[in-house]
Design a protein around this ligand. Structure first.
Ligand SMILES: CSC[C@H]1O[C@@H](n2cnc3c(O)ncnc32)[C@H](O)[C@@H]1O
Ligand SMILES: [Zn+2]
Length: 434
């Protein structure tokens, strides 16, 4: 097949790894960035994008979400996690099927692409249907089937089989855009046997693990009374932790647990909006960063956020650390850009492929339009302009794996209106089933 080339001209580049002090041209060859230099000829190039007045960044990486939960946005607000999950979300999820999850995932993919996210890491049900939405939308994803056994042996076997089937069917699918992880839900819903089995199978199959840990004080109390140890102490005691484990939330951590996270090189997904909305608490992110722990960013599901805008999430992360430490110098806009890009790639073990703008890496790129009221004056501090002033609606162009998914704010792979209509219908049906 002939090569497909896209040339981005006159780009002001904001990258977490490299300081580009002048405008550059960037050439995409198929799925990869093939050249970044001062003046690349547009001869024999399939498509030219003029990036004048725009900022070029790596696509953002959302390391913890439940994409199909877009269907439950706004349906159970202003509650703490326990009541939100047990009395509201789980009863609604009992009526889900593959088609609903597919529609919810398409709706989520529209929102992600429009707000500049090119990779998301998901844990949910009917993941083959979520994979179908990933395939069609052109976005990149790490998918985990969310396993809950509550100590029931039969359920445990069935849950593991479902996650392994997802791995066999979907790992490396969609031109390599899909990876599959294990997704044991949490230390309070997954039994010790399930966690030990997951660890063993992850080692045998070279799979990574995605789990919720230490989200609320209730979790700390429940795990401590059942196991005599705090969640990270317990997970360490059963040999579950490692550099391949991505833990969402990590709000309630004592110093010993921070040492455990560091010793095991565990990766963190920080979810500030969800933690604030469910009143779970404030994760000690600046302390984790001081300890050189890899902190990435996630939105959690759209039902506890209530949107999937990572620029907003990064601003919230930064402001929350400043106000909770009473130190305006912590979590700077430069650090926020790194958390939303290269740290996300590291958290998913994909740092050789995505997370920065480098020759040889995948062309997962976004352009942010500066010709908007909230972006003027054009700051010489690009990261400040993006993190503190912008939001997802300033994203103009989104490219993933060398494919343009949105150009001039218009989606190319998905029919927005058709998805909105189908999502509205699905939500009405689900509400009627309650
Ligand atoms: C078993 S699939 C994932 C499962 O997790 C639920 N969920 C969504 N947000 C949270 C959260 O913040 N903490 C714990 N669990 C959460 C989701 O509704 C699914 O049931
Ligand atoms: Zn979650």
């Amino acid at each position: 097949m002939a090569d497909n080339t896209i040339l981005i001209k006159n780009a002001v580049i904001l990258d977490p790894n490299t300081d580009y002090d002048e405008k550059k041209d960037l050439l995409i060859n198929n799925d990869l960035i093939s050249e970044i230099s001062d003046n690349i000829s547009d001869e024999n190039v399939d498509k030219v994008i003029d990036a004048t007045g725009k900022i070029l960044l790596p696509g953002f990486i959302n390391t913890h979400t439940h994409l199909s939960m877009t269907l439950f946005r706004g349906l159970a607000d202003d509650l703490a996690l326990d009541e939100w999950l047990n009395d509201n979300i789980w009863p609604m999820e009992a009526n889900l099927n593959g088609n609903y999850c597919y529609i919810g995932a398409l709706l989520g993919a529209v929102e992600l692409i429009k707000s500049g996210t090119t990779t998301f890491s998901d844990m949910y049900f009917y993941m083959e249907d979520v994979a179908k939405a990933v395939e069609e939308s052109g976005i990149r994803a790490v998918l985990s089937y969310g396993m809950i056994d509550f100590g029931d042996e039969e359920k445990r076997k069935a849950e593991i089989e479902k996650n392994m089937a997802l791995f066999k069917n979907c790992h490396d699918a969609a031109d390599g855009r899909i990876k599959v992880f294990f997704g044991p839900h949490s230390p309070y819903t997954a039994s010790e046997e399930l966690l030990r089995e997951v660890r063993k199978l992850a080692d045998e199959n070279d799979m990574k693990i995605h789990i919720h840990v230490s989200e609320t004080q209730k979790e700390i109390n429940d795990v401590s009374s059942e196991k005599g140890l705090r969640p990270f102490e317990y997970l360490d005691s059963i040999g579950f932790l490692g550099p391949d484990v991505l833990c969402a939330h990590c709000v309630w951590l004592n110093d010993n647990e921070i040492d455990i996270i560091k010793k095991n090189d565990v990766k963190i997904s920080h979810n500030p909006c969800s933690n604030m909305k469910l009143a779970s608490g404030i994760a000690p992110v600046s302390k984790l960063l001081e300890n050189d722990i890899c902190v990435s960013i996630g939105t959690d599901g759209a039902s506890s956020n209530n949107n999937l805008d990572l620029i907003e999430e990064l601003k919230t992360a930064s402001l929350l650390q400043k106000v909770s430490t009473l130190d305006p110098k912590v979590l700077t806009s430069d650090e926020a850009i790194a958390i939303g890009t290269i740290n996300g790639a590291k958290a998913l073990g994909l740092e050789d492929e995505i997370g920065s703008i480098e020759v040889g890496k995948k062309a997962d790129l976004i352009l942010i339009d500066t010709n908007n009221a909230n972006m003027i004056p054009d700051s010489s501090n690009l990261s400040s302009n993006i993190i503190y002033s912008a939001n997802g609606s300033n994203v103009d162009t989104t490219i993933c794996n060398g494919q343009i998914l949105m150009e001039n704010k218009k989606l190319t792979t998905l029919d927005e209106q058709e998805i909105y209509d189908k999502a509205r219908k699905a939500i009405e049906e689900l509400k009627a089933l309650l």
